[in-house]
Structure formats: C-alpha cells, structure tokens
Design a protein around this ligand. Sequence first.
Ligand SMILES: CC(C)(CO)[C@@H](O)C(=O)NCCC(=O)O
Ligand code: NA
Length: 612
Amino acid sequence: MDPSDQKIFTVIDYVIFAVLLAASMGIGLYYALSGGRQRTTQEFLMADRSMGCLPVSLSLIASFQSAVAIIGVPAEIYTHGTQYWFIGCAYILGLLIPAHIFIPVFYRLRVSSAYQYLELRFSKAVRICGTLTFIFQMVIYMGVCVYTPAFALNAVTGFELWGTVLATGLVCTLYTTLGGLKAVIWTDVFQTVVMFAGQLAVIVVGVQKTGGVADVWRKVWEGNRISGLDLNPDPTERHTFWTLGVGGVFLMLSLYGVNQAQVQRYLSSRTEKEAVRSCYMVFPSLQLALALSCVMGLVMFARYCGEDHSDKLASSSRDAMVIYFVMDMLHGLPGLPGLFIACLFSAALSTISSAFNSLATVTMEDLIKPQYPAMTEARATLLSKVLAMSYGLLCLAMAYLTHLMGDSVLQVALKIFGMVGGPILGLFCLGMFFPWANSIGALVGLCVGLVVAFWLGIGSILTRSTRPLPLECSANVTIAIQTAFNNITLSQPSGLKRFYSLSYMWYSGFNCTTVILIGLIISFLTGPTKEEDVMPGTLYPLLGKLFCFLPEHLKKKLCCVTPLGQTLAAPQRQPSQHKEGNGLAFPQEDRSSLEERESFLPETLVEYETAV
Ligand SMILES: CC(C)(CO)[C@@H](O)C(=O)NCCC(=O)O
Ligand code: NA
C-alpha cells in the first residue's frame, strides 16, 4: 500500500486522535470548574504558586519541544548525520545555570513576569521593550508550531491544511482560556507522555521492519551517518561541537533561563527548592527526547539509505519525508498512525498553550496592569482570557508566514530563538551580572542587538545558495530581492559575506554578547550605575565568582557586587532606600498582592536564605 493512501488512517486512529483532543479539553474544563475556578489572575496565570516539581518539569520540557523537533530533528540526522546530537552537551550548563542563577534571582524577587525584573533593575521603559520583544518572538515561533503538525496531517490523511491549523488553534485556545495555567501544566504532562509514546512506537516498529538493531546500525555506519566529534573551530561551520555544545548553551539559556513561558513555571512552584529540582529533572527527559528523535532519524536512514522519495510526495522537503517514513512504517498497524499524529499534536498543543498563557501573562502584567492599576480582579481575569484568545487567533495568521518561508522547520525555529531570544538573554545578563549597566545602556543595547540580529539573519537568508521556495509568487519576489542584494554584497569586502555565513547555532550567543557590550559601553558613557543604587536582589555576583582567585580588594574594585546571599539577607538594605536611585516604585505601581509586598521585608528574605 502506498503510504500516501488516505486509508492509512482507520477508525481506531481517528478515535485515538479524538481522545487526545477530548482529554485536553476535559482537563481544561476540570480546572475551569474546580479549585478557585480561575477567578483570580493569581490562579489563572500563576497556578496559585502551588505546583509540585514533577508536573512542572514535564511541562518545562513540553514548552519548547514541539512537532518542529519531532519532525525536524530526524530530518536533520537523516540528511547530515548525528552531529546535531552533540547539542545534548549544552543541556548540562544550559540547565545548571538557570537552576542556580536565574531561578534564585526571579524566585526571591517574587515577580510574576520575568519582565518585571527589568523594571526592578532598570526602568519601566526597559520592561516594556523587553515585553514587546518577547511577544514578537513567541508570536512568530507559534506560527511554526501550528503549521508543522497541520502540514504533517495533511500529508498523511489529506486533511485540509488550514482547517487543521484552525482546529488546533481553537482547541488550544479553549482549554488555555478555560483552565488557566493549571490546565496548561497538567495537559502538558499528559501530552508529554503521548509524545514519547508516539516516538517510541515509530522506532520499535521501524527497527523491526528494517531488520533489527544490528542491521540498522550496519546501514547507518556504512552510510556515514555516525558523526565523530567535530572540533573544527570555524564559526561558520553549521554544526560542530563548538556551535552545538557552546552556542547551544546560550540557546538553552535564552529558553530555560529567561523565557517567560519557563520563568512562569518556575514561579508556579510551591518553593524555590521545588523549582530548582524541576529544572534538574528536565535534564534526563530532554536527553530522552533528543535521543528518541535522533534514533528515529537513523532508523529512517537505514530504511531508505539516502534514496530520495520526494517524487511520491507533494513536497521535496526532508520534513515531509519524515512523515512519509512514519506512515510507511506504521500503515497496516491500526492505531499506530493515530498515535503518531496524536504525538505530533501533543507536542504542538503543549507548546502553543504555554505560549498563549505566557503571552496573556506578560500582556496583562507588563503592559495593562501598570497602566490601569485600579482594575478589579474580575475584570483583569476576563481580560486575560480575552488576551489568550486573541493571541490564539494571531498565531493562525503567523502560520501562514511559515508556509511562505520554505526552510527546514527546525532551522526556522532555532533561528527565531537566536535572533529574538538572544538579545533578550543579553538584556537579562546585562542587568544581573553587570552592576554598572544603566537603563539607557540597556535600551540602546537591546535595540542595537535586535538590529544586528536581523541584519545577520536576513543577510544569511538572502546570501545562501538559492533554494526553490514552495510558492511561485514568493519565489519571484525573493529572487528579485536576492539579485539586488547580491549586486550590493559583491562589491563589499568578503568579510561581510563571512559575517552572514555565521552558523545559526551561534546566533543566541552572538546577539546576547552584542547587547551586553553595547549596553556596557553606553552605560559607561552616560554614567554607570553605582552598586548601592541598584535594587537589592537584582544582581548576581557572576564576575566575583569568576575572578574568585583575585585578592579581595581587587575583586571589590572590579566586580563591586556583594554576593547574592549577603545582599538578600542584609536587613539594613531595604528596597525603599533605593527608589530614587533608579526611579523604582515597584510595590505600589505594580499593585502586587500583599504577600508579594511582604516578601520584600528583610525577615522574609532571611527566611528564604535559611530555607535554601
Ligand atoms: C529547544 C531544543 C533545542 C532543546 O533540545 C529542542 O527542543 C529543539 O530543537 N526545539 C525546536 C523547536 C521546537 O521543537 O519547537
Ligand atoms: Na510541546
């Protein structure tokens, strides 16, 4: 049977897929009707700060593990070999640093949005710019997430592509809007399990049909798909140990350290310790997710040994070929195609719901509440729901954009993380690690960082070797732009071309560094902030720890940051003393709940210290 045959999807498969959607809706309804019934923003957006570490950790991996990774990683391994697997090395520092630097700072400040930190450390303007950048990042990323599984389902069942996009968006919007963060986290748990099950099914059946583990291994070995450690230091090399293992750390930091979707989960934990533990628990699950998708790529290679099957598909992309492979393996096994489609949609839904909820949170906490401090709780909650809904509709529009890009979905997603997430990471690092940074420096740094990021990103798209785009109309436009662009760049020194060919895995690190450097230069030009003027608890003595070998007086001069513990525990250092210093009036302006205000009292801070 030809796998593109529509009959591959039997009644059982439809039932399995429907159960996934129904269960997700059910969880949403359950949290809409139980507990506090989502009547406060504390519950809707923060899950009452009552979550345990197991659901939080599963929800943390679900946030950025979407159908993009499930389809994109096997396609990458199939085409280029196992080099990408070395990104697993980046998970070590990429999770240890958030657990021990970012989580303590955010948790002890009791913020409800990561961007609130930016106001505490810098100013309101920096907070708003950070928030807008984040919204931009998540909205375009959501486009890729919604598009990918719909594209897969279309390839397998011939389901109307845009109908599926619409249905996904609606189901997700509904349970997110009904059940709030509790529903989002518990559906994530359920969906993560379905995701692993679907991948495992494909691998087990695939290995069996290709002739067993030994045969698969022989074929991938002979086909040169097992890559050794590539230590080539060239930063333009797409995937090497350095781009993946070191550049990947910055990517992980921008996702697991400062991205609101994750920060919100850390903050919804019962205690700081639980938050740190859940971050640790992400490590094995993320390695498992990576291993499953890499092995799937290898089995796929063993099956086809590099043959091109694009003639049997509507699309020539490797991403489409992964779907072809899965259906080739699973047809004739009723239930399994349905399980795999459920796996793709689980991965996508869990990501989109996190994005909706985090977008609703930042819009509410960072853009609306500060403007309308007198808004009633009922109003605010209703508005949060309307916001979650509107972002849902916006992401449908973004799906169309991905449709036009025609790049590999994995590369598109990782580029978005690097181009927009990198500068945001830089902004937070500038604030936490460099006491001298001031608000003007942060603003200019962020803007320059974004401009350079887009210059680099767009430059790389326009100068890469021409690839056919899926739509003729857009291809014409692109070719026209490209010719114009080549005319310009040809007369430029080859240095610029080299700049454009920087590996996309370095985007996060490079853009983060730009923001820090520009931010520091501008801060020193406009008058660096003194440490005493910075709100206590917003700094982390990174430089002091890095230069711990220096004598005490030199260290003080160079790093001028009191260690985190001392800053937080010192009773004489109250935030109120520092208000004029950086124009902050956090507790009043933010209309935060009483307990949040109390957390700024020194006794509470001492308590936190001793608890850890
Ligand atoms: C975020 C990483 C890099 C962590 O391994 C991985 O999950 C990934 O490649 N994600 C791609 C984006 C996505 O799956 O939506
Ligand atoms: Na996901």
